[in-house]
Design a protein. Structure first.
Length: 234
């Protein structure tokens, strides 16, 4: 199923209306909460391909904060092999794709470390789409317009509010009553949402296939599948 993408800002209005919340101080936290919920549900179908032109200084370059997956790094028109990937450049079909001498590796602090001191590079990344809201001055993730997903996010936001000590009606995290415990509701509805969004139809598969074919300098190159733990929203 192909879903229309909408701004997750709609979740704010939903929780205010659904749970009669009279506190607004949590709003700046909502984008991060939604990213966390989407990660827990492994809802990554909305990622978009982006290129970033960056500069290596003193043998290193920061990976963009919004990076979800680092697909490739290019330097002087060549793709850079990763030092810690064994035999990545051995295939004959890659002989004219890889840089003849320059390489890079990942560190644990959100940087790539290169074998050359300085230069311009291009990173091919995938990130979750976001929309800037001028009213709140916040970047909100775009999400599939799917009622099961929105329902799960409602409960996740309420759970986060209670975890931070806010009182919302008679909801509590200390009961086995599913209807009154947002954590139990989240566990229930996140599986419903994940299953609802799990299956790709032929349009989905073709769209993703086309993105991969056209995104990389060479479609036969493997992706780095690097998840950036230092990703931020703004």
């Amino acid at each position: 199923m192909t879903y229309k993408q909408i701004s997750s800002k709609v979740c704010i209005g939903r929780v205010f209306d659904r749970f009669n919340i009279d506190y607004q101080g949590f709003i700046p936290r909502v984008p991060n909460w939604i990213h966390s919920a989407m990660n827990e549900m492994k809802v990554y179908t909305s990622m978009v391909a982006v290129t970033k032109d960056l500069e290596v200084i003193d043998y290193k370059c920061a990976i963009p904060d919004e990076t979800k997956i680092l697909d490739a790094v290019m330097y002087e028109g060549w793709r850079l092999p990763r030092i810690d990937v064994i035999n990545e450049s051995d295939a004959d079909i890659m002989e004219e794709t890889w840089h003849p001498y320059a390489k890079y590796q990942l560190d644990n602090n959100g940087y790539i470390i290169t074998t050359f001191e300085a230069g311009d590079i291009r990173m091919f990344i995938r990130r979750l789409p976001v929309t800037f809201d001028t009213v709140t001055n916040l970047w909100f993730p775009d999400i599939p317009e799917n009622e099961d997903l929105l329902n799960a996010l409602d409960w996740f936001i309420l759970k986060r509010l209670l975890e931070r000590g806010h009182k919302v009606n008679n909801y509590t995290l200390n009961t086995n009553n599913v209807s009154m415990n947002p954590e139990l509701q989240w566990e229930k509805h996140r599986f419903i949402a994940t299953n609802s969004l799990a299956a790709f139809d032929s349009d989905d598969r073709e769209q993703i296939s086309e993105m991969i074919r056209t995104f990389l300098y060479n479609q036969y190159a493997s992706t780095d599948e690097f998840v950036n733990p230092y990703r931020k929203l703004s």
